[in-house]
Every structure is written in structure tokens, then in C-alpha cells.
Design a protein around this ligand. Structure first.
Ligand code: MG
Length: 385
């Protein structure tokens, strides 16, 4: 999906709510192996929203920083204020320098936000100053007191409000700057400033985690929705040049030539790294470590592999197994294969029986057969943590 370059998100995660149980705020508790907030941030990024202000309580800063570099890419941490309004305003002020066209303001405790819902809100902003998702009330509504029904409430025209609530950025920034009284949400702030807010269709799965059973329900929805395995492949080639050794799968192998490359040219480790990025649908080595950036010149390839496996774990995945094939006539790989398996396993922090390294020649055919270079193919299977 193309990035919405002119859209930013404010994710409000500064609350101290522990009604869900546990001794840390609900938005920092684990959901399917990663903090609730990580799901929320990654959902916006998956929808193409690359600039995010994450509003946190100062006490939660270590938790926020522990989300990891990949989750925090493009995320600015903003400290919350005394009230929710103040928190949102701090975030809007922090985004003001970026001057986004539109902004989506979302509860950090709604981690199941779907791309389709984000798109519906953004689409409605083409024709309205504000837009927010809601679901019509379908249950009968009662008034009650002391455990007794005291009356019924007409439900027509009533809606259950959700987030993200979307606005044209300058309008909602001005509305928050002018707003003084406490507000239920950003729609209330917008309306107080005279902005029209369109209702778009909400999503029953977009629940706000409040009580302990909500976590079980959210995990069930995630399990239902999410893939439980992901597979990726990688392919790489490096040409031979002058030299007396090659690096293959983290092992220095004596040879009459070297491999040419921007980094240490470890063709096997590159293929494996790309297989992991591929399984995550997160591009390839070149995207995360641009060859145009001189800091990666001569870099040891374990940096790339460590990043890829770290990203997998941040996104809630673990390596089930991987299989690397090196294609060359020489050097002979067999004597080094066990060492290569061990090295790759050590770098990825997994048992060596999850890592396969094998080799083939190409019967002297093609560029590998003519010993002009080495090719490598890799497959990685990830499973949900
Ligand atoms: Mg390479």
C-alpha cells in the first residue's frame, strides 16, 4: 500500500488504567506475545501511516523504548499531560513542525484497528473536516437504579464511538489550542470548534481493551485473523575478485579468490537475511541498510541477520527453521557446513537443528559453473511466538 505521506497518527497510551488487572497499565501488557501498544503502532504503519506521535506517561518511557527500533521507526515519543485533552494537544504540537494534512487520533488500547477502517476514516476526510467510526446501538437500552430497571431509552440515533478519529490537521490543532473545558474525545473538541464530523462505519473487532476478558477476546480475534506461519525466500549473488578467502554463512573459508561486495559479501547470510525480511513482508537488506550509506561499507553481515531476526521477534514471530543452499564449484562447502549452521544459529539465537546449510555445484554450467561467483538461495519459516 502506498504511504499516506500527508497523514500522521496520534496514539494515546498515557493512561494508568489497570482495570484489566496486572500491575502495569493495560496498553503495556502483553497481547499475543507483544505489548498492546506494539500491535497498535504496527497496525498504523501497515496501513501506510509512517509518522506517529505515541503519547506515553513518563513512567512508561523504558517500556516504550523497549518496543525496539523497528517498531519505533518514525515514532516520536511524547509525554502525556494531566488530561486526555492535554495529552492529545501535546502530540499535535509535536507533529505541527511536520505539517501533515490529516491526522488520525487513536486509543493505544485499541490494538485490532484494521487497515480498511483507517482507509474509511481517511476517505471521509476528503469531504468533511472530521470523520470517526461508530457502530449503531442495536441492543435495547435501559435505565436502571439499585439493580432494578427504571425505564427504557430510545436507541434511535445513538452510536457507540470508536477511534481513530480523523481530522484535517490545522483544524484540529486550532480546535485543541482553543479548547478549555474537559472533553469526552476529540470529536467533542472538534464539534466545540464548529467542525463537521462524519460518522463512518466502525468495526466490531476494533475493541478497546479495558477488562481482563477483553484480552482473551482480542487474542481470539488476532488468532482468527492472523497468519500463524509465514514463509520467505532469499536469493543473492556475489562475484569473485582477487583474494585468499571468502566469508560464507559467517565462516571464513580459505580460497584462491574473494567475493566482491559492499559489505563482507557473505552471500549465504544475505540470502537468509532476505528470506526473513521476505517472510515479514519487510523488503530486503537494501531497504534496511542502503548500499548508498557509507556506514555499511565493509560491514559484517551478522549485523543484517541480527536485525532481521530482531525485527521478526518484535513483530511477534520466531524462526521455525531455515535452509540455505550455496551454489558454487569451489570452495568445497561440506567440510564447513556444520560450522556454518552453528554460526548462523548463534547469530539468530536458535538451536542449530533449526538451521540447514547445504551446497550444490551447477555442473560447471552458467556463471557459478565458470567460477565467476557464488549464488545462494534461502528459505525461512517463521511461526507465531
Ligand atoms: Mg549480497
Amino acid at each position: 500500500m502506498p504511504q499516506s505521506r500527508d497523514t500522521a497518527a496520534v496514539i494515546v497510551a498515557a493512561g494508568r488504567g489497570t482495570r484489566a488487572g496486572g500491575d502495569i497499565p493495560k496498553q503495556w501488557q502483553d497481547l499475543a506475545g507483544v505489548p498492546v501498544v506494539a500491535h497498535t503502532v504496527n497496525a498504523f504503519r501497515a496501513a501506510g501511516v509512517a509518522r506517529i506521535a505515541l503519547v506515553i506517561h513518563p513512567d512508561d518511557r523504558p517500556r516504550a523504548e523497549a518496543l525496539g527500533a523497528a517498531t519505533l521507526e518514525g515514532v516520536e515519543l511524547v509525554h502525556g499531560g494531566e488530561t486526555r485533552d492535554a495529552s492529545v494537544r501535546n502530540a499535535l504540537e509535536a507533529l505541527a513542525a511536520l505539517a501533515p494534512e490529516t491526522v488520525l487520533i487513536h486509543d493505544g488500547a485499541r490494538p485490532l484497528i484494521a487497515t480498511a477502517l483507517i482507509r474509511r476514516v481517511l476517505d471521509a476526510l476528503d469531504s468533511h473536516a472530521g470523520a470517526a467510526p461508530a457502530l449503531a446501538v442495536t441492543d435495547a437500552l435501559w435505565r436502571g437504579e439499585a439493580g432494578l430497571v427504571t425505564g427504557t431509552q430510545d436507541r434511535s440515533g445513538l452510536w457507540r464511538a470508536q477511534t481513530p478519529q480523523g481530522f484535517r490537521f490545522p483544524d484540529i490543532l486550532a480546535a485543541h489550542r482553543a479548547h478549555r473545558a474537559p472533553a469526552a474525545d476529540d470529536v467533542a473538541v472538534a464539534r466545540a470548534a464548529g467542525l463537521d464530523v462524519a460518522i463512518v462505519e466502525g468495526d466490531e473487532a476494533n475493541i478497546k481493551l479495558t477488562f481482563a476478558p477483553d484480552f482473551a477476546r482480542a487474542e481470539a480475534i488476532l488468532k482468527d485473523r492472523a497468519m500463524t506461519i509465514r514463509i520467505g525466500n532469499g536469493y543473492d549473488v556475489h562475484a569473485f575478485t582477487e583474494g585468499d578467502h571468502v566469508w560464507l554463512c559467517g565462516v571464513k573459508v580459505p580460497h584462491s579468490k574473494a567475493l566482491l561486495g559492499h559489505s563482507d559479501a557473505d552471500v549465504g547470510m544475505h540470502a537468509l537475511t532476505d528470506a526473513i525480511y521476505g517472510a515479514l513482508a519487510q523488503g530486503d537488506i537494501g531497504r534496511h541498510f542502503p548500499p548508498s550509506d557509507p556506514q555499511w561499507k565493509g560491514a559484517e553481515s551478522h549485523i543484517f541477520l541480527r536485525h532481521a531476526i530482531g525485527l521478526a521477534r518484535e513483530m511477534g514471530w520466531e524462526l521455525s527453521n531455515c535452509d540455505v543452499t550455496l551454489v558454487c564449484e569451489r570452495p568445497k562447502i561440506g567440510p564447513h557446513a556444520i560450522a556454518m549452521q552453528g554460526k548462523l544459529a548463534e547469530i539468530m539465537g536458535v538451536d542449530a537443528d533449526r538451521v540447514s546449510v547445504k551446497a550444490t555445484t551447477s555442473e560447471r554450467l552458467g556463471f557459478t559453473g565458470r567460477e565467476e561467483g557464488i549464488a545462494s538461495l534461502a528459505t525461512a519459516l517463521l511461526v507465531r511466538k
